[in-house]
Ligand binder design. Structure first.
Ligand code: GDD
Length: 322
């Protein structure tokens, strides 16, 4: 079994590799790393490919060489915050890279089972009659990031219908954990706490909107769902990956603050507020559960505690390397 993971050097990619190395020890693993992220080292067992997936010729050369049986397409610009000010790069990265993979599969006449990762951000959220979001809810992009993910999702469906490519659409909601970089709420908070503890920052934290509620899972549970979907997912179908619990961002902050002894002042930073910030996102994962038995196993508080510990180590490592 030859498995290609795009974005293998990224947050979810590294966790997925660990999972696959444990679960499928005989698989041949290939992982792409974005050319500007050469510092990410993959485990020795994985063949690394440094590539910009927006480059059609390079994607062709890569797939012609590997001819994978399965593709996990994780590479993306995945930060909705960053997308607010980086609209075209987000659209280009997320749409063009996936298009290159699909078009190349057609040109090479190969049909690897392909998992694409879109987002729980793509749904229309009716906040007056709120119920957990199922896969059948209308799609409505309310941000540049969501637009890129709606397009990826619909492109997956279209290439399944038009070209019979065996594509499975995963729609992960928020996930966090060890290795997640800044630009997402939990590490944005945890990194500040770690810096304050290391006396690199005054005991004042800058935060954005604390009233929004989001559905968080641990990244280790999410990559387990990806592997189950590549194995058992119905092609053409879409599956939520979520916890079906909505946590306020205030709760994320309060929980992280319980893990430190330092008294920290919290200030709202207007630059962190978004033009549109849907009040609540909560995902119904019954379709995935019925198919695979998957359910989240790691409590959110454990995820946050592990993340904070990881951020402390990252800060200590940067201080040591200075
Ligand atoms: N990033 C960030 N930083 N967000 C903050 C902050 C902060 O300092 N303070 C408050 N927030 C609020 C945001 O306004 C938003 O309401 C919420 O925290 C979560 O923000 P993010 O962590 O940036 O994630 P997201 O919900 O926009 O998107 C995440 O989930 C999607 C799936 O639902 C990302 O993981 C996406 O990649 C994913 O597709």
């Amino acid at each position: 079994m030859r498995i290609l993971i795009t974005g293998a050097g990224g947050f979810a990619g590294q966790h997925l590799l660990n999972h696959l190395i444990n679960q499928q020890p005989t698989a041949e693993l290939f992982g792409t790393i974005y050319r500007l992220e050469k510092q990410n080292r993959l485990p020795d067992i994985v063949t690394p490919i440094t590539i910009d997936l927006r480059d059609e010729a390079d994607v062709y050369a890569m797939l012609a060489d590997i001819r994978p049986d399965a593709i996990y397409h994780l590479a993306a610009q995945s930060s909705p915050s960053h997308a607010q000010t980086s609209i075209w790069p987000t659209l280009e990265t997320n749409i063009r890279s996936q298009l290159n993979l699909f078009e190349t599969c057609i040109r090479l006449n190969i049909k690897p089972r392909t998992l694409i990762t879109t987002s729980g951000e793509i749904y229309r959220c009716d906040t007056t009659n709120f119920t957990p979001l199922t896969e059948d809810i209308d799609l409505l992009p309310e941000s540049p990031y969501a637009l890129s993910k709606v397009t990826q999702d619909m492109m997956g469906l279209q290439y399944f219908i038009s070209h019979k490519l065996p594509i499975i659409r995963a729609r992960p909601f928020n996930h966090s954990g060890i290795g997640q970089r800044g630009g997402f709420v939990a590490p944005d908070f945890a990194l500040q706490i770690a810096k304050i503890e290391a006396k690199l920052q005054a005991p004042v934290m800058k935060v954005g909107n604390l009233s929004a509620q989001r559905d968080f899972s641990d990244v280790r549970d999410v990559v387990r769902a990806y592997a189950l979907l590549i194995e058992k997912g119905k092609v053409g179908e879409a599956y939520n990956i979520a916890s079906n619990r909505a946590y306020s961002i205030q709760y994320v902050l309060d929980t992280l603050l319980t893990f430190t002894n330092i008294d920290i002042d919290v200030q709202i930073d207007n630059d962190k507020l978004r033009p549109v910030d849907v009040p609540i996102k909560q995902g119904d994962y019954s379709r995935l559960n019925k198919l695979t038995g998957w359910q989240p196993t790691i409590p959110f508080e454990t995820t946050l505690r592990d993340l904070l510990e990881d951020c402390r180590q990252r800060i200590a490592n940067t201080m040591r390397s200075k």
